[in-house]
Design a protein around this ligand. Sequence first.
Ligand code: CMP
Length: 139
Amino acid sequence: AVERTLSIIKPDATERNLTGAIVAKFEESGLRVVASKRIHLTPAQAGQFYAVHAERPFYGELCEFMASAPVVVQVLEGEGAIAKNREVMGATNPADAAPGTIRAEFAKSVGENSVHGSDAPETAAEEIAFFFSGLELVG
Ligand code: CMP
């Protein structure tokens, strides 16, 4: 089925001017950017987005990092977009990411891992609604 997923190009990647290289990987895989904006989150906004991880030991560090520089939030659309995006990103820890994936090529560490992608249809819908209104989704 054609799906939509929420992607974030994280501060470690925007700071190194990797936005275009990362979007090229999404597009080469067949995913289409149907919404996109560059924003600078506050730590509180990052905390709200990652609320599901609030009890994790790395939560504070994660929120500070996500607010440390601009991010690019996008909605990617395509056949099986959620799984395809995760495949193109590679494993969360770049040490485990398959060759050619975004995290294998660009991520610095498990925390500064260049990209986020939704993990399931329910979270994709929630995460898209967190950042975008219906009017901003232009298939
Ligand atoms: P993401 O897909 O954005 O979802 C939650 C994030 O938490 C994850 O990517 C990682 O960047 C981050 N994360 C996971 N494990 C750790 C860890 N051990 N230390 C720091 N950050 C982590």
